[in-house]
Structure formats: C-alpha cells, structure tokens
Design a protein around this ligand. Sequence first.
Ligand code: ZN
Length: 158
Amino acid sequence: MVDPLLALRDASGVTLPFERYEGAGRCLLGRPAWGNGSSRRGYGLPIFEQCGAACAYCGYDMSATYEAWLNLSVDHVIPAGDARRLGYPVEWFEDVANLVTSCRACNEFLNGYRVTDVPPATVEEFFDLRDIHFARKRAWVLARHREERGWYDARPRK
Ligand SMILES: [Zn+2]
C-alpha cells in the first residue's frame, strides 16, 4: 500500500510526464512492439509518441538534430530488473505507462537507482509508486547533473 501523503510530498512540484499520456498515465497502454530492437527506431517509438522527444528527467530536447537524436533512449521508471526480481506483473512494468523518454546521460546516471518496494496490490497503486519513483529519480538525476557540471566547469583548460 502506497502512503498517499508520501506520494503527495514526493511528487509535489514535479510535473509528471505521464499526465500527457493517453488516459493521463493512469491506464495500461500495452507493451511496445520490439520493432528492430533499437530504442530510437523500434520499441521507443510509442514512448516518444506519448512522452515527447525531450528527456523526462533533464529536459534535453533530442528532436532538433541528428546528433541530439542519437541520445534518445527509454527508461523504465520502475526498473525492469528490480520489478522482475520483486515479482511485479510483467504487463505492468513493461507497459508504455512505465516508460519515459530519457537521454543517454540520465539513463546512465540512473543505473544505480534501485526500487525495493513490495509489489503493489493493484495497478492504481503501481501508478502511484511509479509517480513517487519518477520524482525521486528526477531529483537524483538533477543532483548528478549538478555534480557533473561542477566538475566540467572547474576542469583544467589549456
Ligand atoms: Zn536527460
């Protein structure tokens, strides 16, 4: 059971990309077709359609140029590996509604992010949990970007 107060506190002030999704992100939309097996040209297409071409975490717009487009990837908000290990229904965590557009940098920063919550009882609770973790992941990623940028700005130059 997800504590609604916790959900409110964690997700407050964060615009959830799911609000733009069909059914305002509160409906299962189906598992994306694998396509050619690449996120950019295959299974990512239904996610970019719902979520847009900007990174859901840092806002980087990947639609403008070829080089930017190369950074397009897809992130499972509730990570698939954790969800599988914890016994979440695969039709929940592999659904488009658990997937967001992410740039490669944010995706890499989020590699160490773990979810340990017991499986939610209902899909509604799953969506609540997704929203909480989206807000936490966004905060995590923005902190990593600040740290990385700090190093970048202070780097020795010729
Ligand atoms: Zn990003």
